[in-house]
Design a protein around this ligand. Structure first.
Ligand SMILES: C[S@@+](CC[C@H](N)C(=O)[O-])C[C@H]1O[C@@H](n2cnc3c(N)ncnc32)[C@H](O)[C@@H]1O
Length: 263
């Protein structure tokens, strides 16, 4: 049991509502921020219990910011806990919020969990996370619940939306103009999918490169390798032709987003 779960189990403070498997995930991605001067923003205050849990976990140097649509939440402010009232799907409110609060180390979305709320909050606030910060969106199971606008592979669900960012993280390797390096490619190091949670770890990135070290075990590149180990010239010629045709066919298949053949 980690410190967060221990706090939750012995909670004498305000009401908290969390799925039990989240505690291990929080601790895995958040523990490096403990006892540091950080800012954590949680969308979704509810009764204020989770904000108190973060205050206890991160220590006295941490500033905790809560965001909720319910004006009653404002009364839950206390030392090191500041609460802003507004909707996470209201872009004007979020833009004003960015003007009022410093960049955050951790952004945790535990708000209303509809597709639009999660998407708008991500689009508006991801850039307001520090360069080495963390984004965590929870209760992603609503992406599979019709009453929240979800559904398996349903266009517009947060899960389907987020899958596009897997492509963006790999955009350095793209050969197509439909996938280009952008701010996300340059600022996100990894995406971690769990049951009901997506975590994105930020880190400034430059074009990746590969290197080789150590000594070769087989000579794959010497001048005689192909002569000694490969089929006759005629076979090589035939294979080359086959590869050329395959390449052309696969280029056409790619246009229609159909699976490639021969690979
Ligand atoms: C799941 S509860 C938050 C639970 C809390 N974080 C905890 O762990 O105890 C969701 C909260 O999101 C708030 N909420 C719902 N829609 C919202 C919206 N559009 N913008 C901001 N907050 C919203 C609700 O008022 C509610 O307090």
């Amino acid at each position: 049991m980690n410190d967060l779960e221990r706090y939750f189990e012995n909670n004498n403070g305000r009401l908290i509502h969390k799925w039990m498997h989240f505690f291990e995930i929080y601790d895995r991605h958040f523990s490096r921020f403990r006892d540091r001067e950080i800012v954590i923003m949680e969308i979704g205050v509810f009764q204020g219990g989770s904000l108190q849990m973060w205050k206890n976990y991160f220590g006295p140097k941490a500033k905790i910011i809560g965001v909720d649509i319910n004006p009653d939440c404002k009364q839950l402010e206390e030392e090191n806990i500041q609460i802003f009232i507004g909707s996470q799907s209201d872009r004007a409110f979020l833009r004003e919020l960015k003007r009022q609060v410093p960049k955050v180390d951790i952004l945790l979305d535990d708000g209303g969990h509809t597709m639009r709320q999660q998407i708008v909050s991500f689009e508006e606030l991801f850039s307001h996370i520090k360069d080495d910060g963390v984004y965590l969106c929870e209760d992603l199971h609503t992406s599979y619940w019709l009453r929240f606008g979800g559904g398996h592979k349903r266009m517009g669900s947060f899960i389907e939306f987020s899958k596009n960012y897997i492509d963006k993280i790999n955009a350095w390797h793209s050969e197509e103009s439909s996938l280009k390096v952008d701010d996300f490619t340059r600022s996100a190091a990894s995406m971690h999918y769990y049951d009901s949670i997506l975590v994105i770890e930020k880190q400034p990135r430059e074009k990746p490169y590969d290197r080789r070290t150590g000594s070769a075990s087989f000579n794959l590149e010497g001048p005689n390798f192909w002569k000694e180990n490969n089929p006759t010239k005629l076979e090589l010629y035939k294979n080359k032709g086959k590869r050329g045709i395959l390449f052309a066919v696969n280029k056409i298949l790619r246009l229609f987003r159909l699976p490639s053949i021969g690979w």
